[in-house]
Design a protein around this ligand. Structure first.
Ligand SMILES: NC(=O)c1ccc[n+]([C@@H]2O[C@H](COP(=O)([O-])OP(=O)(O)OC[C@H]3O[C@@H](n4cnc5c(N)ncnc54)[C@H](O)[C@@H]3O)[C@@H](O)[C@H]2O)c1
Ligand SMILES: [Fe+2]
Length: 391
């Protein structure tokens, strides 16, 4: 069978940003958010280009979990400016806004909610895209995916199209070094979830497998070190690489159950993406391995990479879920709704909406174990108290 593996050109390491000097073009539109702009990171990018007589503009109106209306505002600003390069400097919210705004800049009539993997967009007639991540988590700099929030319903929808793979990803640890402890932990859990779901999704392939194995190994080694020593550039660089590898994996295979649960938590309770999918991850591993020998074998292979074994694949998978919980304890990432500070009344009020949204989430299609709304409700209830899945 013919299959495809999409990745950008990747430049990584200390001072990777300087590679921007090689870019040829005239007008760069830099998409970012207010926090990152205030840290001077967008300005650093701008300075390299304007020193070489480019025209550059900074647009910093992205909010966390961007809405369709934000994307439209970005696209309108790019149109007025007339960019030949769009440069995203930020976390997943900024990168996804830039990717989606790029689509609307090139094809104003496209409706983002209706975008499919099979649409021939003809992107790059007007501009190309550089992504410079400032979180080591989403891997959006390496994926053909975008996650945007519907203004009316608040539901986050994910969509993919191969043409959305950025042209260039620049992984420079200086851009991540200011990320606070909590966000370092949460975004790192997002990367781990991508690596594990990419390895077990029904669209897995040999290229995504290789990327996932290395990403899992690196996250277990470097995420605790990174959280402990926020200013260590080596740890930051390793986590940037791990997150990008994990993005290459799931971007070419797909995310699964933990993402459908996490996207829906984020839509209803407005919890951070990485915190949400990370919280769901051990429960998803337990749920999947109970009923599916093939996926239990795959989790065992991942467990082997970090030196864990058990009496059979299912036992090893359950121990692997335990190792994920231990990692979360080390880095301070919540393992239950309770630990995340979600009140029982808010959880109960949002539960049915979360189940409904999780059932609609495209990631669920790629999960190795089929499920239904009754089981999803039960998983959420176990997640409230932090109970190990036993069904
Ligand atoms: N397209 C994909 O492939 C993909 C994959 C996973 C997640 N996502 C999406 O990405 C979004 C989450 O992205 P995220 O986790 O990177 O967070 P984010 O981009 O939403 O940023 C979270 C917060 O961190 C701040 N921040 C970012 N970098 C910083 C830095 N270096 N220093 C200080 N503060 C910094 C931001 O200003 C923001 O307030 C969600 O919408 C999620 O659904 C997309
Ligand atoms: Fe994610």
């Amino acid at each position: 069978m013919v299959w495809w593996f999409y990745v950008p050109n990747i430049i990584f390491g200390e001072d990777a940003l300087n590679d921007l000097e090689q870019l040829s073009g005239k007008k760069a539109f830099i998409v970012t958010d207010k926090v990152i702009n205030s840290l001077g990171l967008a300005e650093k990018v701008c300075a390299i280009l304007t020193n070489r007589q480019w025209e550059a503009a900074i647009w910093d109106d992205v909010e966390p979990d961007p809405k369709v209306s934000t994307v439209k505002a970005a696209a309108a600003a790019i149109k007025v400016f007339g960019a030949d390069w769009i440069i995203a400097v930020g976390g997943g919210s900024v990168m996804d806004t830039a990717k989606a705004a790029w689509v609307l800049y090139e094809k104003p009539d496209i409706e983002l909610q209706a975008l499919t993997p099979f649409d021939e967009l003809g992107l790059r007639a007007k501009a190309k895209l550089v992504c410079i991540p400032t979180t080591a988590g989403t891997g959006s700099e390496a994926t053909k995916a975008i996650v945007i929030r519907d203004d009316e319903t608040g539901r986050k929808f994910a969509t993919i199209n191969p043409e959305l793979t950025p042209d260039i990803a620049i992984l420079d640890p200086e851009f991540v070094v200011g990320l606070p402890k909590e966000l370092t932990a949460y975004t790192g859990m997002d990367a781990l979830t991508h690596a594990i779901e990419g390895y077990t999704s029904v669209w897995k392939n040999d290229f995504s497998d290789g990327s996932s194995l290395q990403a899992v190994k690196m996250v277990f080694e470097w995420l605790p070190k990174s959280v402990e020593n926020l200013s260590d550039l080596e740890g930051r660089e390793k986590m940037l690489v791990a997150a990008c590898l994990a993005g290459m994996s799931f971007g070419n295979s797909q995310a699964a159950l933990a993402h459908s649960l996490g996207h829906s938590m984020g839509s209803v309770l407005r919890t951070h993406h990485g915190m949400s999918v990370g919280m769901a991850l051990p429960y998803a591993v337990e749920f999947n391995c109970i009923d599916n020998e093939d996926v239990a074998k795959q989790y065992s292979e991942l467990a082997g990479i970090i030196g864990i074994s058990g009496k059979d694949d299912k036992d090893t998978s359950m121990k692997f879920a335990g190792a994920i919980r231990e990692l979360m304890t080390k880095i301070g990432s919540p393992q239950s709704f309770k630990e995340a500070g979600v009140k029982k009344k808010d959880f109960t009020a949002g539960l049915e909406k979360m189940v409904e949204f999780a059932m609609m989430d495209t990631s669920l299609t790629m999960n190795p174990r089929n499920t239904d709304s009754e089981e999803l409700r039960k998983i959420y209830q176990y997640m409230f108290d932090g109970k190990v899945i036993d069904f």
